[in-house]
Ligand binder design. Structure first.
Ligand code: PNS
Length: 163
């Protein structure tokens, strides 16, 4: 990746959906470099492995010279510091996200005062989309083809069929 102002966009991305893709595209327009950081989630049972989630992010966004995708474990602020970044990007949907995000941003700022969290309001098209809902709707036979990239849709169907 080229040098310049770096933003880290962390999350579970289980699976990545088009709301995530929208935030990544906008972060790429606002920063020189964007690093999407997939949490390892050792304590949380996820549908996809971190490696699969990283692949799906790349498949959803396509190649971009200023975009990198990585996995992290442990504290987010430790990872942000290790990568030499000062900005965390998070997407905000409706009010239900606010309390959790406020708490997380406050905790991260207490732990690492030099790191700021920057919020992007999710575009109206995606304000109702979450990974949890995508998993649930798909597992019950609902159509999520408008909410995830085609390759993610195929992987979702394959994974759910294996269960
Ligand atoms: O997509 P998500 O699940 O809303 O992302 C949450 C995430 C991964 C950003 C958050 O759980 C996180 O940062 N986890 C790493 C552990 C950590 O640093 N916890 C303290 C944050 S307050």
């Amino acid at each position: 990746m080229a040098e310049g102002r770096l933003a880290i966009y962390p999350g579970s991305f289980d699976p990545p959906h088009l709301g995530h893709v929208n935030v990544i595209a906008r972060a790429l327009a606002a920063f020189d470099r964007v690093l999407v950081a997939v949490v390892g989630n050792p304590e949380k049972r996820s549908l996809f492995t971190p490696a699969e989630r990283m692949e799906m992010i790349r498949e959803s966004v396509g190649d971009h010279p200023n975009l990198d995708v990585d996995q992290f474990d442990g504290l987010l602020v430790d990872y942000v510091r290790a990568r030499g970044a000062r900005t965390i990007v998070r997407g905000l949907r409706a009010v239900q996200d606010f309390e959790f995000e406020l708490q997380m941003a406050g905790m991260n700022r207490k732990l690492a005062p030099e790191v700021d969290t920057l919020f992007m309001m999710t575009d109206a098209d995606w304000f109702f989309v979450s990974s949890r809902m995508v998993r649930e709707v798909a597992s019950l036979g609902g159509d999520v083809s408008q909410m995830v990239a085609p390759s993610v849709l195929a992987r979702l169907h394959r994974r759910l069929a294996e269960r």
